[in-house]
Design a protein around this ligand. Structure first.
Ligand code: DON
Length: 307
């Protein structure tokens, strides 16, 4: 029997489409030129079934969504204790590109803001690893989660590097505060490369379904991320994944999520489903306007709110 889910997903797209607010991220030239009519949604169930609708093969850069998975890699490579010494788990209530260091410890407040994510990037492989070792480890790990070989979008990487003054400044502040020990420019270049990896909504839903499935890949049965790391990642996604919109998100949508400035959002409901939406226009908090609308509707219709 034909599944009714694809028709339902088309309906979700069409209901969200009239939301015309927001704008494509302007500070990265390539993203500013994005086709803002593109829209897609995908669900990857923990039983391995994947459903999608809309522009589900259109690729875009993963941007801040990589932060969730790179945090898991930092925990795997450096250990949770070492990671917690360097990065907190409290929502900052500030924009994603604020420095937001804790007053008493100097730690970035959480791994979902840029300061925390740049720090987490330096804890992948080891604090003394090279940029190439870290970015390769991240590219290959994300590719295994997606189930296909991903690649860095060099145009996005170069464009973001040209306007990376703020992230470079954050890198230098992290070094001055004793949070990172490597060359700040190298840390930020590596962080920007991880942001520039291209994906589509099917990739993202698959990757999220690994989080929803306790770290085990639904298609291969391989334990990709230890269960304790999954718990840690989903916890910070819940409290910090949507930045200063986290409170609205948890009350309206109610599943752990992470957004990126290219216009994607991922969600993971433990034991059930990995979710991904895409639409390039973002609001002032950095979250896709139509993506938020789609997630609100999915949560309502499918009963995905955790509470
Ligand atoms: O650090 C930056 O500016 C970006 N490359 C990533 C930011 C991002 O995706 C924030 N999320 N909404």
């Amino acid at each position: 029997m034909k599944s009714p889910i694809p028709d339902y997903l088309h309906h979700v797209l069409e209901v969200a489409r009239p939301n015309d607010g927001g704008a494509a991220a302007a500070y990265i030239e390539t993203l500013a030129k994005a086709d803002t009519s593109k829209m897609a949604v995908a669900l990857a169930m923990v039983d391995g079934n994947v459903y999608s609708a809309g522009d589900d093969r259109v690729e875009f850069s993963i941007q801040s969504i990589a932060k969730a998975f790179v945090y898991a890699m930092a925990i795997e490579d450096s250990g949770l204790e070492a990671v917690l010494k360097k990065i907190g788990v409290e929502p900052s209530g500030d924009k994603f590109n604020q420095l937001s260091l804790e007053r008493n410890t100097n730690r970035p407040m959480n791994p979902m803001i840029n300061a925390g994510a740049i720090t987490a990037h330096t804890l992948v492989v080891s604090p003394t690893a090279t940029l190439h070792q870290r970015t390769e480890r991240i590219l290959q790990a994300l590719s295994r989660l997606a189930g296909r070989q991903l690649r860095v979008d060099e145009e996005v990487y170069e464009a973001e590097l040209r306007t990376a003054d703020r992230n470079m400044a954050i890198g230098y502040m992290l070094k001055a505060a004793g949070v990172i020990s490597c060359d700040p420019q190298e840390a930020v270049r590596g962080y920007i490369r991880q942001c520039s990896i291209n994906v589509n909504v099917q990739d993202l839903a698959m990757m999220s379904s690994v989080l929803a499935n306790g770290g085990m890949h639904p298609l291969t049965g391989e334990q990709m991320i230890p269960q304790t790391s999954v718990r840690q990642v989903l916890s910070v996604m819940t409290t910090c994944g949507m930045y200063d919109a986290a409170g609205d998100w948890v009350s309206n949508v109610g599943f752990p999520a992470k957004s990126g400035v290219a216009g994607a959002i991922i969600g993971a409901l433990p034991g059930q489903v990995g979710i991904a939406t895409f639409s390039p226009k973002i609001d002032e908090r950095g979250n896709s306007v139509r993506g938020v609308a789609m997630c609100e509707q999915l949560s309502r219709d499918m009963g995905l709110h955790m509470m």
